[in-house]
Design a protein around this ligand. Sequence first.
Ligand SMILES: *Cc1c(COP(=O)(O)O)cnc(C)c1O
Length: 477
Amino acid sequence: MDFKSFRKYGHELIDWVADYMEKVETYPVMSRSKPGEVRAALPADPPNKGEEMREIIEDLDRIIMPGITHWQHPGFFAYFPANTSGPSILAELVSAALGVNAMVWQTSPAATELEQVVMDWLRRMLDLPEEFRGVIQDTASVSTVCALLAARERLSGFEINEKGFPVWPAGEAMRIYTSTEAHSSIEKGARITGFGGENVIEIQVDGKYAMDPEALEKAVEKDIAGGLKPCCICATVGTTSSTALDPLTRIGEIARRYGIWLHVDAAFAGSAAILPEKRSILDGIEMADSFVFNPHKWLFTNFDCSAFFVKDPAALIKVFSIDPEYLKTGRDSEVTNYRDWGIQLGRRFRALKLWFVIRYYGVDGIRDRLRAHLELAQEFRSWIEEDPDFELLAPVHLNTVCFRFHPEGSRTSEKKLEAINQAIMDGINASGKIYISHTRLGGRFCLRLSIGQTYTTRDHVTGAWGIIREHARAAKR
Ligand SMILES: *Cc1c(COP(=O)(O)O)cnc(C)c1O
């Protein structure tokens, strides 16, 4: 592509992006595409001859866009936010243009040093302990795998890295503890790092869906008595279902007492700790060995960008560093080589978008936006509580409300309630106006409304409440 064409289509596509952002509300939030529809519209074989940009852009509009679910729609209330923003998109464009591989310091000193700076900024924004050091990973799933590997190696004296499994006889397996509400990435991580899914012990939760530390301690003691080896506790700050908050201080004390690695998964809700009035969700974090939260969820930074912090970077580096001749540089003793902080060798220049975002909004600007989401969630909670036909199913700590339609006075069975709420949700999502999702808490099917999209305003939330009530009323008839 010559530079003249690049400029022409570049300007055109920036307009395309700006138009998209401006008119995203005109699309149905959840894609109406049927399985196989997009594939069927595309040729099986790649083109032999190059095609015109014009045609490619036309097919983008015609074939791809109908198969997009609009996460950036202000009516996107499903799962968790994945909120992007103007500064983030522009930085990502620059990062793509630079196309650097930030595997070691020398392959782009600015990429490494900016990553160090923005991770220190995030550490200060969240008021994490002074000694924590950060690295950007692609996802929380991978950050957690890194934490599990570091925990495993610390406990095995770095033997499994060298000798492979098993270092200990069967019956002395290493154990991971997490709550029944923890994210599935913990079990997936345990499977692929060789612990085995069976060695993930799910600790019961209390009435607020937070890990019960007494049950944790009992499980640890039982394992020790049985000859098993407690290795890692994965606590969650802001569970995916209901943003439940595991009590870090009490869990941290147990981790300390038994010498267990404490990993804190705040992938979804960690951003809230940027607010001084919410920082208490991380009380006890000083006892953690590792911590992860995703700016690509709720910090106006487009996917992917997961912020992973460790207390002892030397231990992490010992797990991951491997030193082939062709990667050696004369500076290795003086600099940080992020290839030694995780699984990948090649690394995208992700720090750039965080830098753009934090500078453009400023910490105060970010706080204002997060605060607005939290206030809207509380307002939505109050509407649920005041409406006799609806029921709140979990405390609203942050930006997510779990609720269901449960008509007053009805003695509808759980099974029937589930079918009604499922039908309400399907109807709402098919309407295309908003998109919500569901979960199960204490066996009960619940609807979830999660507020965190960049352009969601109070009008969108009142609109959502109207749509939900309308569909519920129809179900009642
Ligand atoms: C979303 C989420 C994850 C997984 O995040 P990825 O970055 O998609 O791997 C892990 N833990 C919690 C609590 C989450 O909400």
